[in-house]
Design a protein around this ligand. Structure first.
Ligand code: HEM
Length: 137
C-alpha cells in the first residue's frame, strides 16, 4: 500500500535526496542573503544535510548515528537567521525540489514540514541580522 511508504521511499530514496542537496547548495551559495553565513567549502555542510534530510524524510537515521540528536535550532544559533533569510532558504529549497523532480502530494507534505522547520530556525529580528546597514550614531 502506497501510504505505508515513508516520504523517503516515495520520492525514490538516496539518489533523490542526493539530487535535492546537490541542487540546493549552489543556489544557497549564490544567494546574497545566504552566501555570507555559509562557509566557502560547502561539501561538509552538504554531507550533513544529506544525512539529516534522509532521516527527516523517514529514511535511515544517518545524521543521529554520527552527530546525536539534531537540536537544529540550537545548532543554528551561531548564525543570524532573520525572517528574510528563512524565506531565502525556502526559495532555494523550492527550486531544488523542482530540480530533484519531487512533485505531487508528497512534495506538498515535505514542503509544509520544511516551511515549519525554516520558521522555527529564525533567531534574529529582521533589522538586526542581515548585515546590510551600518549602525547609525
Ligand atoms: C531558515 C533558514 C536557514 C538558514 C539561514 C540556515 C543556515 C545554516 C548554516 C549557516 C549552517 C552552518 C554551516 C556551517 O557548518 O558552517 C547550517 C547547518 C545546517 N542546517 Fe541550516 N539553515 C536554515 C534552515 C535549515 C532547515 C530548515 C534545516 C532542516 C530542515 C536545516 C538543516 C541544517 C543542518 C542539518 C545543518 C548541519 C548542522 C550540523 O552542523 O551538524 N537548516 N544551516
Amino acid at each position: 500500500m502506497e501510504s505505508s511508504l515513508s516520504p523517503y521511499e516515495q520520492i525514490g530514496g538516496a539518489p533523490t535526496v542526493r539530487k535535492l542537496v546537490e541542487a540546493f547548495y549552489p543556489r544557497v551559495q549564490r544567494h546574497p542573503l545566504l552566501k555570507p553565513i555559509f562557509p566557502e567549502d560547502i561539501r561538509p555542510v552538504m554531507e550533513k544535510q544529506y544525512k539529516f534530510l534522509t532521516q527527516f524524510l523517514g529514511g535511515p537515521p544517518l545524521y543521529s548515528r554520527e552527530y546525536g540528536h539534531p537540536m537544529l535550532r540550537a545548532r543554528h544559533l551561531p548564525f543570524p537567521i532573520t525572517p528574510s533569510r528563512a524565506n531565502a532558504w525556502l526559495a532555494c529549497m523550492h527550486e531544488a525540489l523542482n530540480d530533484a523532480g519531487i512533485t505531487g502530494e508528497i512534495r506538498e507534505h515535505i514542503w509544509a514540514r520544511l516551511v515549519m522547520a525554516a520558521h522555527h530556525m529564525v533567531n534574529t529580528p529582521e533589522d538586526e541580522g542581515n548585515g546590510e546597514k551600518e549602525p547609525e550614531n
